[in-house]
Structures are given as structure tokens and as C-alpha cells.
Design a protein around this ligand. Structure first.
Ligand code: GLC
Length: 721
């Protein structure tokens, strides 16, 4: 398609239409949906909607084809729609939430899962996914931590790039490749008080040092689109933030892809008090560098006036329209507007055995064994198994952003255990609800009776999928009083009990950890959750997940993360409550979390020996090699993620006590050893210095390796330059 020629033939209304995205309901006769206010509030008619260049929130190939036909018939030049969707961790076959995928520390697995999701989405008519979400998250009160791969910039960058590769393949050349959209630019994960959409106040240093690298990794991986965040950064909404969208994104990073706003975010700048009215919002957003306006129509309605008043230029409009048309062209939509939408392939691919198997493997590798005092794995000879708790038979375990996923497709823990052990007597009691703050335990007696008679007890607790995700921040993160009452009673009557905990965020499990001998955190595991949990509990799978986000000892510690600064008055031991006055301490909690970043047990014990560094100095020309031998001392095949950290002990700005710089995931047979060699270069030691350059500074560094951010062996080296 000759895009320039098409652009030259388009009217202003057509051009502004291409920059507008409305919900799929607009293309249906019964467009009465009221999502962010009645659709009529957008101020456009159905006929206007037909000029729009893209749509979202439709499901299925049949729907997509119908909408595409309607739209193209109405478009003066027959320009096809872009179909976009939140394919966050699966389309119909749902794998674990991204915060759980972060615990796999497995780029290949993430890429494979993204590719599977993209394929299922593509045959359902999806062209673009609003994924991956690369917001760095350090505050478990924020409900959308579930969408991120965690608290570390390096891990997020590696896994974010893997998501992009999985969706986009080699520049959308593949039949089922779909475009990816990294979000939410920027620092949406750092709202004050952990409350969604709230203001973000970060220094530019911290922004660049910690919060931007994840998005940048996706840009470097070739992501087609980026979405600014709802929040303000330094008082300016990201949607019109020229530091973010122009200086950093367009000029420094040379990103020339599409910038699409978040849902109604243009108009919300009026609520932020930065735009005087909708017309001003359009001027600010487009002026800063936004291209597509999602679910509002300020550019469509006011663009002509803004041009006439010289507040926008046709060059700005044309540049944005070109980006949209070029993506449609690269997706082949002008030749084939349906692309690979195909009802038959939908039926064949969605939830097919291979996809379910992949989702189950992901759920197994995302699960984290937090504690295990000789309880797990349960014996497969157990005759009477009790599955107790609000999540024993819960099918709502797919997570908040599960796109076309359905609860009814999910395998419950009870079903998974019964499928694995068909000859055992497996009974279940719910005990209580999963409601936040619940105090009633209506089936306490039944739960006690069942637990008392069982050979093994699976105690299924946690947070429901709708209690994390967008708009679902929490001020308390503990299990409800009812769940704790149930747990105490069950554990009193049967010590051979393992707690399986569901959640979309790190919960505060301090009280449970005091009484439960075994705790397996499974996040929202997705469609195959119950099968994965059963295989993990009974030893057909061996836990290998490592926490992608710290688990607080108490909510009051939030935000909490491993790469903290030292302060000028550090406590003597961050693991205990300090008794020394005038220290950076809590009177009622330790400084460290209950479970740290990188924590995760196995049914094996892994020993780390022969730690060596190739030299006691590192220079720009001579990288450092850090070696360690890891041995599987256990009796199970297992995976172990070995982590490499540094600490820059002296620099022009304070540096974190620890920074993850590499990781490798080993698979070891019983008794097998592997030698791991990390290479650390001078470039790995660079950071945003006091004078704003990105550089390393000579001086003393500590380098560490270990199984998590707490148990480390290290050496001191000197950077010479
Ligand atoms: C939502 C979310 C964003 C999502 C978009 C479309 O409000 O903030 O992550 O992609 O709207 O559903």
C-alpha cells in the first residue's frame, strides 16, 4: 500500500478518526455499554465511531470480522481497523499472572507462553496486545503489581524483552505474530500510598535508574507501541509529559512507534487539573507526542479548531496518522483485513492439550515454595486427603486481566488432586469465604473433622482474583481473621498440612508462617492451576520459583524491596527488631521483609561451592569472571536459579546495597553439579551519576552469587579506569 499517497487523499476527519480508538460496543447496534461513563459522554455518534482507526474489547474471530466489515464499509478509503486487546498472560488458555511469571526467571518460558497467547489471540482477530506491562513494583498495596514481573529492573528488562519476542517474533514476519504495546510509561507502579492512579513523585535520577530500564529493554527489543500511564510524574500527567514522551522516548531513545493513551486518559487530564478542557487536553497530549487516543474523542472533536487556532499543526497530525497506517501496512491489513482470524483455528487452538500443558508447566515454575519443614512432597500413597479452604474448589484462579480466559475452564485444586490420585479418597470443605476481612467460619467443625481423619491436608487460602488488579489497592495485606481461624484449627488437628496460597500480590503471611510447616505460593496460576498444584504437592513436579517481589513482614514496611539504600544510620542486623535508638528501624518490625526477593525453596538442597573471581580488579578492557559450582544434593530432578549481585560501595550518588546483574537457571539431576561462570564488564557497573551521565566510577565493589538476595557469598574487587 502506498501509505503516503493514501495520506494525501484523506480528509481531516479521516485522519483524526485514525487517531481515535473506541470500544467494540460502538460498532454494535446495542452500544449502551457504560464503562468509563455512558458512551454517549464521548460526544460522538455511531457514525463518528465508524471513522475510528482502531478498537478494543471484542472477543472472537466472528465478532472481529463483522466489525471489520462494518468499519471498512463506512471508511471513505476503506481503511481497515486495528484490533487491540489486553492479552496479558494468555488469551483463552491462561498461564500465571506476570508477577508469578517473574518468579520463573525463565526468558524462554516467558517467550514461549507469550507466543502461545499471541497465536490464540491472532486467530481470534487480535492485531495488538496491550502487553507487556513493565512497571517496576515495590509496593504490594498497589493492586496492579500482579501485572508486572516484579521489583527488579534487570529481571523486568530480560523478561519484558522475552514477552516482546514472543508476541512479535521477527518484526511481525510470522503468520501469528501480533504487535506488542509496552506499558504504562512511566512509573505507574510507584503511586503514593500504593493507591492506584495516585501521584508519582520520583527524582529524575531514580526514574532513570530504576523505573525506566524495563520499558527501554522493550524498546530495544523492537516493541511496536507504548502506552503512557494515568498518573502524574512530578505533577505532569504522563499523557502530556514532554520529559517522558518527547525528551526521553522520542529524542534519547529514538522510538518512532505508536504512543497510545490509556483508557480515557486524555480527558482525565482535566480532572488532574492540567488541561483546562477537553480541547486543551487534545492539544497537550498530541503536542507531547501521543498518537492514538483510547476511549475518548477530544482530538476527533476539537482537532479542526486546534489546527485553525495554530495550537496544533497538520505535520503533527500527519506524523501520528502515518505511524498508524504504517503498522496496519506491516500487519498486511490492507491486503487481508481479517489477517489470520479464523473460527476453525480458534476451536482447534484454544485450550488445546499442548497449550494446557504449557500453561501447567508455567504454573508449576511460577509457584514458590516459601517454607517446608519436612511436609512436602506428600506421599502419593496417602489414602485420605483433605482439601480445605476457600480456594479448595475455587475456579476463579485465572487472575484479574485474563482477557478471553474463563473461570469455568480452570482446574481447581480439588479436581487436580483427584485427577492425580484417582485411588485416594479426596474430600473437601470450604470452611469460610475469601472475602477481605471475613471473620465467620461457618464450616469450622466440618473442616476440623475432615482434617483430623486425613493422611494429608491441603489448606487452600489467599486473595481472590478480583481483589488485585486495576483499581484494587489494599491498605491491609493479611489473610482474613476467618482464614487464620480456619488455618489454626486445621493445623492443630493435623500437622501434615501444607498451605497453598493464592494471590495477585505479596500478602503479609507472618502469622501463617508461625504455624504452617509448609507454604506454597501459587499466585493466580491460571487455567491449569489445580493440576500444577497437585503435581507440586505430591512430587511429580519440584518447586523452583524464586520471588520476583519481596513479601513484607507487615504492610507498614511498604514499599519494600531488596535493592534498598543503606541510610546513614543502618541497624546492626536488619533481620531483627533493633533495640538501638536513632537507627533506621521499626519498633515493631525488622527492616527486612518476611521473604526476600529471589527466595524460593526446592525439594532438593543445592550447595554452592568453589566460589572464585578471576581477578581482584576489573577494567574497561578486562571483564571479571565470577565462578561457582552448584550441586543438587537432593533426590529429585530440579531447577535452581543462581543469581549474581553487586554492591557499589562508594560513588558520586548513593548506590543500592545490592543490584541484580545476571542470573542463570540450572536443571540438575540428583547428585549432579554444574559450574556457573558469570562475566561482569565495566559496562555492567554503569549508573546515572551525580552529573547526569551514564557511567561507571572507579572504586571498590562487592560481587556476590547465591540462591536469593539474602544468602550470598562474595568477594571485593576494584574497578580501575
Ligand atoms: C486500562 C488499563 C490498561 C489497559 C487499557 C485497555 O484502564 O490501564 O492497562 O490496557 O485500559 O483495557
Amino acid at each position: 500500500m502506498d501509505i503516503q499517497k493514501l495520506l494525501s487523499q484523506m480528509t481531516l476527519q479521516e485522519k483524526l478518526g485514525q487517531l481515535t480508538q473506541v470500544n467494540a460496543v460502538f460498532f454494535k447496534p446495542d452500544n449502551t455499554a457504560d464503562i468509563t461513563g455512558p458512551v454517549s459522554l464521548l460526544g460522538i455518534e455511531e457514525s463518528d465511531a465508524l471513522y475510528c482507526g482502531s478498537t478494543l474489547n471484542f472477543i472472537g474471530a466472528k465478532d472481529m470480522k463483522k466489525i471489520q466489515d462494518i468499519a471498512m464499509a463506512a471508511q471513505p478509503h476503506g481503511i481497515p481497523l486495528l484490533f487491540m486487546q489486553d492479552v496479558i498472560h494468555g488469551y483463552r488458555t491462561i498461564y500465571p499472572i506476570p508477577l508469578g511469571m517473574g518468579c520463573t526467571f525463565d526468558e524462554e518460558l516467558v517467550e514461549e507462553c507469550a507466543r502461545m497467547a499471541g497465536k490464540e489471540a491472532a486467530v481470534s482477530g487480535v492485531h495488538v496486545t496491550f502487553s507487556p506491562m513493565l512497571d517496576l513494583v515495590r509496593d504490594a498495596r498497589w493492586g496492579r503489581v500482579m501485572e508486572s514481573t516484579g521489583e527488579d529492573p534487570f529481571l523486568n528488562g530480560r523478561l519484558g524483552a522475552a514477552f516482546v519476542r514472543g508476541y512479535q517474533g521477527d518484526k511481525l514476519q510470522g503468520k501469528y505474530d501480533i504487535a506488542a504495546c509496552v506499558k504504562h510509561f512511566a512509573a505507574y507502579g510507584a503511586p503514593e500510598a500504593g493507591r492506584d492512579y495516585n501521584a508519582v513523585e520520583l527524582s529524575e535520577h531514580t526514574l532513570r535508574e530504576s523505573y525506566l530500564p524495563g520499558y527501554r529493554a522493550c524498546i530495544d527489543a523492537g516493541v511496536e507501541m507504548i502506552m503512557p500511564s494515568f498518573n502524574t510524574v512530578g505533577g505532569v500527567p504522563s499523557t502530556c509529559n514532554r520529559l517522558l514522551l518527547d525528551k526521553i522516548l522520542r529524542r534519547e531513545w529514538a522510538f518512532d512507534g505508536i504512543v497510545i493513551s490509556d483508557y480515557n486518559a486524555y480527558r482525565e487530564m482535566v480532572k488532574h487539573g492540567v488541561a483546562e478542557d477537553d480541547k486543551h487536553a487534545a492539544e497537550l497530549a498530541i503536542g507531547a507526542g501521543c498518537d492514538i487516543e483510547m476511549m475518548s474523542a477530544t482530538a476527533y472533536l476539537h482537532g479542526e479548531e486546534l489546527l485553525a487556532e495554530g495550537r496544533l499543526t497538520m505535520e503533527q497530525i500527519d506524523r501520528a496518522v502515518l505511524r498508524v497506517l504504517e503498522l496496519k501496512d506491516r500487519l498486511g491489513l490492507f491486503e487481508n483485513p481479517y489477517r489470520v482470524a479464523n473460527e476453525q483455528e480458534e476451536a482447534e487452538l484454544h485450550l488445546c492439550p499442548a497449550h494446557r500443558a504449557l500453561a501447567r508447566r508455567a504454573a508449576e515454575e511460577a509457584s514458590v515454595l516459601l517454607k517446608n519443614e519436612n511436609v512436602l512432597p506428600f506421599s502419593k500413597n496417602a489414602k485420605k486427603i483433605a482439601v480445605i479452604g476457600p480456594f479448595a474448589k475455587e475456579k476463579g484462579i485465572k487472575g484479574f486481566w485474563a482477557c478471553a480466559g474463563r473461570d469455568e475452564d480452570c482446574v481447581t485444586v480439588l479436581a487436580g488432586v483427584r485427577a492425580l490420585l484417582p485411588d485416594a479418597e479426596v474430600a473437601s470443605v470450604k470452611g469460610c469465604s475469601w472475602e477481605i476481612g471475613e471473620t465467620e467460619v461457618p464450616e469450622l467443625d466440618e473442616a476440623i473433622e475432615l482434617a483430623s481423619e486425613a493422611d494429608a491436608v491441603v489448606l487452600c487460602l489467599g486473595e481472590y482474583q478480583e481483589h488485585s488488579g486495576e483499581g484494587n489497592s489494599r491498605a491491609t495485606l493479611t489473610l482474613s481473621p476467618a482464614q487464620m481461624t480456619l488455618a489454626r484449627a486445621v493445623l492443630k488437628h493435623n500437622k501434615n498440612t501444607a498451605a497453598v496460597i493464592f494471590g495477585g500480590r505479596p500478602l503479609v503471611l507472618t502469622d501463617l508462617a508461625e504455624i504452617a510447616p509448609a507454604m506454597l505460593y501459587v499466585w493466580q496460576p491460571g487455567t491449569e492451576g489445580g493440576n500444577a498444584v497437585a503435581r507440586l504437592l505430591f512430587g511429580d513436579a519440584n518447586p523452583s520459583g524464586k520471588l520476583s517481589m519481596s513479601f513484607p513482614y507487615a504492610e507498614g514496611q511498604c514499599p519494600i524491596y531488596y535493592s534498598r539504600m543503606n541510610t546513614g544510620r543502618p541497624v546492626e542486623d536488619p533481620k531483627v527488631v533493633s533495640k538501638r535508638p536513632y537507627r533506621s528501624r521499626y519498633l515493631d518490625a525488622p527492616v527486612l521483609p518476611l521473604y526476600p526477593f529471589g527466595h524460593g525453596l526446592s525439594y532438593n538442597t543445592y550447595t554452592y561451592d568453589n566460589f572464585t573471581v578471576s581477578d581482584d580488579k576489573i577494567t574497561p578492557d578486562t571483564p571479571l569472571e565470577i565462578a561457582v559450582t552448584v550441586k543438587n544434593e537432593g533426590q529429585y530432578q530440579g531447577k535452581e536459579t543462581v543469581q549474581l549481585y553487586i554492591h557499589d560501595k562508594f560513588a558520586s550518588v548513593a548506590r543500592p546495597l545490592l543490584e541484580l546483574k545476571d542470573f542463570v537457571k540450572l536443571e540438575l539431576a540428583p547428585g549432579e553439579s554444574a559450574a556457573v561462570i558469570f562475566t561482569l564488564t565495566e559496562e555492567d557497573l554503569r549508573f546515572h551519576t551525580l552529573d547526569g551521565t551514564f557511567a561507571s566510577e572507579r572504586g571498590e565493589f562487592e560481587v556476590f552469587v547465591g540462591p536469593n538476595s539474602d544468602q550470598l557469598m562474595g568477594a571485593t574487587v576494584y574497578l580501575e579506569k
